[in-house]
Design a protein around this ligand. Structure first.
Ligand code: NAP
Length: 332
């Protein structure tokens, strides 16, 4: 497994990270705690050494499960724990942005407790908050670093302008943004900024919420609060378009490389930007069985262009990941 130094001072991570949003259950139709724990504990054996979570994932549940799985599995020294801050929620499950210094301090302490650790390897501001000066947010993160509560600083879903403002207060080690074969919006701004500033990218939604797994079909029934019930990519007529692109991508991967579309999708992220980590969401151990198939080969720029051409032929009405953005506090 390829690895990367996230902070420039020895915070090494595999280039595939385990995403644990679904493990929290919220917006994914519930969770199976014992399967989730097995998935987390199997990660280091497969070479995955970064686990990405957030307080909001199941309102503490994902962090609780990660903390327990890591402690009981005795894998503390083998994994980098990445979490987030700056979203708040109420008893009804309404989520709002809150990147105030007070909220960030409180959440960092809550995350340390849930994750059963003395220091968070990477803390990321989950979403920018239009109601809080970005300098206040950045100063709070700088204080946490100085206090030794966090090792590295990240921002998520920030624009280049917001990152420039943030960076004038404290260095950004990592930017976390949506990036996968079907969601390439950041190529025109954030990715360019990351290249220019030598910043690592945690590419989230690497499988486009399972669309690129090769196992998705129009018959798939989504349970409970599963976000794919309202995800515009999973609604017709787009659903058919994306799935027909997946079929041809799978054929391309098999014919040219002896690989599956899932392996192609992850490999593509790693090869577009060498400073990236692909965040692969999984909630059962078998879902990360294909990790080994991502290693040891590469997509050159011609192959990457051929892949994009396939998508453009099938997806005539593309849509981005904007539907996932949580509201600000004053837009309730
Ligand atoms: N910073 C942010 O704002 C933000 C936003 C979104 C995500 N993230 C991070 O990025 C991570 C990854 O994104 P994501 O979890 O949204 O989506 P993803 O990685 O694109 O897709 C994850 C889903 O794909 C399905 N899947 C995974 N492996 C599979 C396999 N081998 N075969 C069949 N299906 C498979 C599973 O869904 P089923 O189990 O339902 O089949 C899984 O929950 C998150 O967990 C989170 O850590 C961050």
């Amino acid at each position: 497994m390829e690895s990367i130094d996230l902070s420039g001072n020895g915070l090494n991570s595999s280039r595939i990270g385990l995403g644990t949003w679904a493990i929290g259950g919220w917006m994914w139709g519930g969770t199976d705690e014992s399967e989730s724990r097995r998935a987390i504990q199997s990660a280091p054996d497969r070479g995955i050494t970064l686990i990405d979570t957030a307080p909001v994932y199941g309102f503490g549940r994902s962090e609780d499960i990660v903390g327990r799985a890591v402690a009981e599995g005795g894998i503390q020294d083998q994994v980098v724990l990445a979490t987030k801050c700056a979203l708040e929620w109420d008893d009804q499950g309404n989520v709002r942005r809150n990147a105030s210094a007070q909220r960030i301090r409180q959440e960092a302490d809550d995350s340390l407790r849930r994750l059963q650790t003395d220091v968070l390897d990477l803390l990321q501001v989950h979403w920018p908050d239009p109601n809080v000066d970005v300098r206040e947010t950045a100063e709070a993160m700088a204080e946490l670093k100085q206090a030794g509560k966090i090792r590295a600083v990240g921002v998520s879903n920030f624009t280049p302008v917001q990152m420039d403002q943030f960076k004038s207060i404290v260095n950004i080690d990592v930017a976390q943004n949506p990036y996968n074969l079907f969601e390439r919006e950041i190529e025109s701004d954030v990715l360019r900024w990351a290249e220019q500033n030598n910043t690592r990218l945690l590419a989230y939604g690497a499988l486009c919420r399972g669309m690129l797994s090769g196992r998705m079909s129009v018959d798939r029934a989504f349970e409970g609060d599963d976000l794919r019930k309202t995800d515009p990519k999973f609604a017709q007529p787009r659903f058919e378009q994306y799935l027909s692109a997946v079929s041809e991508l799978d054929k391309f991967a098999r014919e040219h490389y002896g690989k599956t579309v899932l392996e192609l999708a992850i490999r593509w992220i790693l090869d577009v930007y060498p400073q990236s980590v692909a965040l692969w969401g999984a909630r059962r151990p078998d879902q990360i069985d294909a990790v080994a198939g991502v290693n040891g080969w590469a997509l050159d720029s011609d192959a990457r262009q051929a892949v994009i051409n396939i998508i453009d032929r099938h997806v005539t009405d593309p849509v981005g990941p904007e539907f996932m953005a949580p509201p600000a506090r004053d837009s309730a």
